[in-house]
Design a protein around this ligand. Structure first.
Ligand code: AP5
Ligand code: MG
Ligand code: ZN
Length: 207
């Protein structure tokens, strides 16, 4: 299955993609994680995207499209994949449409208030890309999955979150209509606990 996860920052794309990837046995492709890995390793791409990501803006389409195209032709994508955070502009969606046919775009519909709560308590593991929330971590400072040191993402500052939400409304929100017109949109209520939302996604995918 070729699945896109759509949704605002903090809607739960990464959390749901990680669960789907182990259940469906297809890779999670997160452009945000790819950029963060390059940033950490100080690659030319990492240096190029550093300030853009810190500001909450989008990395230019031509860079992102190229990266995803190269990733989707890798052998592990042969039976499908879960795109987490791509596409996020009409240009990216059109480039993907021209390149491969996806099965569905799952839109995680979440209230703004919930998004802010989720992002302000998020903890991230740079080693395995695990995503957690202080509400379930207690005092833990290390990753429950791999033992890595948990961090607060640089773009989870209040100011950058506000900018990311603005960018989402302006540039990414129109993708909902794009996939609706193609008859590929599935909207899922993304409010509620992780297991509840995940169950809704699985039920929607079965249909
Ligand atoms: P990216 O990393 O994709 O960030 P984002 O889209 O802003 O989304 P987030 O990762 O913040 O949220 P999420 O929906 O994954 O939520 P999560 O599961 O973590 O992109 C970062 C940057 O990279 C962009 O700003 C841009 O600069 C660049 N970039 C990336 N892709 C690009 C592209 N295609 N084009 C151009 N630029 C690009 O959950 C959030 C929190 O909530 C966690 O703490 C989690 O534990 C908790 N949580 C999740 N679900 C639930 C639930 N159901 N109940 C309770 N808590 C929950
Ligand atoms: Mg994410
Ligand atoms: Zn980890």
């Amino acid at each position: 299955m070729r699945i896109i996860l759509l949704g605002a920052p903090g809607s739960g794309k990464g959390t749901m993609a990680q669960k789907l990837t182990s259940e469906l046995n297809i890779p999670q492709i997160s452009t945000g994680d790819i950029f963060r890995k390059n940033l950490r390793e100080g690659t030319p791409l990492g240096l190029r995207v550093k300030d853009i990501m810190a500001s909450g803006a989008l990395v230019p389409d031509e860079i992102t499209i190229e990266i995803v195209k190269n990733r989707l032709i890798e052998p592990d994508c042969a039976n499908g994949y879960i795109l987490d955070g791509f596409p996020r502009s009409i240009a990216q969606a059109e480039a993907l449409d021209a390149f491969q046919s996806i099965d569905c775009a799952v839109n995680l519909d979440v209230d703004n208030e919930t998004v802010v709560k989720r992002l302000s308590g998020r903890r991230f593991c740079p080693d395995c890309s695990g995503t957690f929330h202080v509400s379930s971590l207690g005092n833990a400072k290390t990753c429950p999955q791999c033992g890595g040191k948990l961090i607060i993402r640089a773009d989870d500052s209040e100011e950058t979150v506000r900018e990311r939400l603005r960018v989402y409304e302006k540039t990414t929100f129109p993708l909902i209509e794009h996939y609706e017109k193609l008859g590929k949109l599935i909207t899922v209520d993304g409010n509620g606990g992780i297991d509840v939302v995940y169950r809704r996604i699985l039920d929607a995918l079965k249909k």
